[in-house]
Design a protein around this ligand. Structure first.
Ligand SMILES: [Zn+2]
Ligand SMILES: [Zn+2]
Length: 215
């Protein structure tokens, strides 16, 4: 059984301070086999993490792209996407990249919300995000995925080391990207581990880090 988390940031996101080496070290102690590394509008941290991980952990590089219609994750992104949601969907289809809507109904952050109908290529919906402050937003996502038969995924959205381990998807498949995506799409009874973080990591992202960057 593979243990995976498809939503992790590195210090290449301004709201995170995690170094790739520390992510791998910590994720290994927590027995992760697969990590999706998705910085805000950048694949740089993901590529470095992939190098650092070697064969120890399978890294799926990607990015969390901010569009005017909300944030969208493109796993396997080559960093050449523009910020238009419709273009992203079209291109992801052509390139066979994997689209996830993160925290889609989080009304306190930048989910796609009602723009979800515009996401023409939606491979999976994040039905649980550990950083969602109001759990009802996660429940709305779960209901939406079930009603519309959209494959489900969960993510810690870790920005700090202590957040690694907050979410996991368990996959009974081979440790390669094709098998993993195939498994995610075809199984509607996936096993998840889901734990929400406290307010502290949010304060670190929004107050402590910006303060540190100034001084
Ligand atoms: Zn962030
Ligand atoms: Zn994120």
């Amino acid at each position: 059984m593979l243990k995976a988390d498809f939503h992790i940031h590195t210090h290449c996101s301004r709201c995170s301070d995690m170094k790739p080496r520390d992510i791998i070290k910590n994720a290994l102690t927590k027995k992760y086999d697969v990590l999706g590394i998705v910085d805000h509008d950048s694949i740089k941290g993901a590529l470095t993490t992939k190098k650092v991980a070697g064969k120890k952990i399978l890294i799926i590089p990607g990015e969390e792209i901010k569009t005017v219609h909300g944030e969208i994750i493109v796993l396997l992104s080559d960093g050449k996407y523009n910020k238009n949601l419709l273009d992203i969907c079209d291109r992801a289809k052509d390139e066979n990249h994997f689209i996830v809507a993160p925290h889609p109904f989080d009304y306190l952050r930048k989910g796609v919300k009602n723009n979800i109908v515009k996401v023409k290529k939606l491979d999976a919906l994040e039905i649980f995000n550990s950083r969602v402050l109001v759990n009802r937003f996660n429940l709305i996502a779960r209901d939406y995925a079930e009603k519309n038969k959209i494959p489900k995924i969960v993510g810690s959205d870790a920005h700090f080391i202590e957040e690694i381990g907050n979410a996991a998807v368990f996959l009974d498949c081979e440790k390669n990207i094709d098998s993993i995506f195939d498994y995610l799409i075809k199984n509607d009874n996936l096993k998840f581990y889901c734990k929400r973080c406290s307010i502290i990591p949010h304060l670190k992202s929004n107050i402590v880090l910006p303060f540190k960057r100034i001084f």
